[in-house]
Design a protein. Structure first.
Length: 535
């Protein structure tokens, strides 16, 4: 075991790759990706050089929200395969040294989950209190003003039992009542089920939502709201998320996970960084290993803004808190569409050279873009609820582009979402053979990160740089690497970093400057990022 392996856990050294299973690879020709498909494509992930696969939900589900509406937490939906398929995938991934991280969706179930069917059956049902039922307000309307993340009131009226239930997302996704100890125990059993099977950890869905205000107080209006923002931002979520008591619950989940060897707990939390930090836990009550840091998804693509945000994030991390960075996921527009293909290369270099665990979204390694979805093929309910506002998530969930074969090699059937028009050139097979492709760049970045302890685990120091350039040094032991990223369309010149006599280019995003000597200054072409090994 190397010194790095001894001092850093796999989830610190490694790179996570998110697979959206519906869209990764379809092995049985029904047009929807499945577990056998993921298994068939492990070659790609091993060759690419990632360390862990996070699978978005594969549990039994009516698929109102792409599987984030779970009807059975301990089984696999037939569209994805069977538990035996899952076990086969787990064994095969482990044989290749790849970890498997499951998506755990504890905040809500499907309205078809047996727990909810029981809960809904009568106010006297023993499981009534497993969900959040409430009498109407005096005017007969919803109990308070909370809004669903997908638009509209978060309360759904149940005619038969004369009460409302709360759903932070779709009405088909009723929220569980995590204050109820039986709910906690039931969910802990779910975690044990998968941990005993050998999964390496969990990405926990909307973890900061688990506990709500006991008094169900109205949220205050958001004075900064404007129509471009998501519906939930009409109000400030003071009372329905990020409540103080959620921390004790998360700490309990963590202590369960800690009973198993070397597993990871990641949490999905969209909060300002100062709030995010509290989710690492406190002394004696650890919470998340990695509260997802989504800043790169949201910040304007500007060198000074991003540089400042990195510094601030680094400064706010609690002692022992390990950083992480996310550039794309199944809920946000693809990076190559947001900032363009040339800058997407620079972004890949940034993601894979920052201090902290990177998460790569499937397809971003080949430069996949958002795909326009004709109105009659829209799948996402967020889009169907609020059409045309740009909230829909289908564009970033389209089939992985494997080759120039029909349907990009994703399926022999009819794909559940349209395949990108550019698949004949933007695909794994074509890019594998191209020494200048986005895929080659990503593979080389991953290899460099693996080979250079400075990148995987070294310190981060920002280096002052002109306007459009973001520049920093990563340092570990005797290794020092300068990363200089031109986030703009004009050529730039970066001065020699303090303390370095000279250096040699290890990698350029243009893939054509290997080994070039750098002495006094470093010239960057438009949209170019460069990694220099300093001497
Ligand atoms: C966050 C997930 O990433 C998103 O896809 C889902 O719709 C909501 N949580 C509800 O589970």
């Amino acid at each position: 075991m190397s010194a790095l392996e001894e001092s850093f856990r796999w989830w610190q050294r490694g790179v996570i790759y998110q697979v959206y299973p519906r869209s990764f690879m379809d092995a049985n020709g029904d047009g929807v990706g499945d577990l056998a498909g993921v298994l068939n494509r492990l070659d790609h992930l091993e060759w690419l050089g990632v360390d862990a696969i996070w699978l978005s939900p594969v549990y039994t589900s009516p698929m109102a929200d792409g599987g984030y509406d779970v009807a059975d937490y301990t089984d696999i939906d037939p569209v994805f395969g069977t538990l035996a398929d899952f076990d086969r995938l787990l064994v095969a991934a482990h044989q290749r040294g790849l970890k498997i991280i499951l998506d755990f969706v504890p905040n809500h179930t499907s309205d078809q989950h047996p727990w909810f069917l029981e809960s809904r059956s009568s106010p006297a049902n023993p499981k009534r209190d497993w969900y959040l039922w409430h009498d109407p307000a005096p005017d007969g309307g919803p109990p308070n003003n909370w809004v669903s993340c997908f638009g509209g009131s978060a309360w759904e009226w149940d005619e038969r039992t004369g009460q409302f239930y709360y759903h932070a997302f779709l009405k088909e996704q009723p929220d569980l009542n995590w204050r109820n100890p039986q709910v906690q125990e039931a969910m802990f059993d779910v975690l044990r089920f998968w941990l005993d099977r050998g999964v390496d950890g969990f990405r926990v869905d909307v973890i900061s939502h688990l506990v709500k205000d006991e008094l169900f107080r109205d949220n205050p209006a958001n004075p900064d709201y404007h129509s471009g923002l998501r519906p939930r931002h009409e109000l400030v979520a003071v009372y329905n998320a990020d409540r103080p008591k959620v921390h004790a619950v998360i700490a309990r989940v963590r202590s369960l996970i800690d009973q198993y060897d070397d597993r990871v707990m990641i949490g999905e939390i969209y909060l300002p960084v100062e709030r995010l930090m509290s989710y690492y836990g406190s002394a004696g009550a650890s919470e998340l290993h990695l509260p997802f840091n989504f800043q790169l998804l949201e910040l304007p693509w500007h060198a000074q803004i991003i540089g400042d945000a990195i510094e601030r994030y680094e400064a706010l991390l609690p002692p022992g808190g390990w950083p992480n960075w996310v550039l794309g996921n199944h809920d946000r527009p693809r990076i190559a569409s947001r900032i363009g293909s040339a800058q997407a290369r620079v972004a890949a270099m940034l993601l894979l050279t920052l201090r902290g665990t990177p998460t790569v979204y499937y397809g971003d390694e080949i430069g996949m873009q958002n795909v326009p979805i004709p109105p009659d093929t829209v799948q996402d309910r967020f889009e169907r609820n609020l059409p045309g506002l740009g909230f829909g998530r289908d564009p970033e969930r389209t089939p992985m582009q494997w080759s120039a074969a029909s349907n990009a090699g994703f399926t022999t059937g009819r794909p559940w979402l349209p395949v990108a028009a550019n698949y004949a050139t933007i695909n794994v097979e074509a890019e594998r053979g191209d020494p200048r492709s986005m895929l080659t760049l990503n593979r080389r970045l991953l290899a460099l990160r693996r080979a250079e302890p400075a990148l995987a685990a070294g310190s981060y120091t920002r280096v002052p740089a002109p306007g459009d350039v973001l520049c920093f040094v990563r340092h570990h032991g005797r290794g020092r690497l300068l990363v200089a990223l031109n986030l703009g369309p004009n050529p730039q010149v970066v001065g020699r970093p303090p303390g370095a006599a000279r250096g040699r280019i290890a990698l350029s995003t243009h893939l054509d400057r290997d080994g070039e000597d750098v002495s006094d200054t470093l010239a960057l072409r438009p949209d170019e990022g460069v990694i220099v090994r300093l001497e």
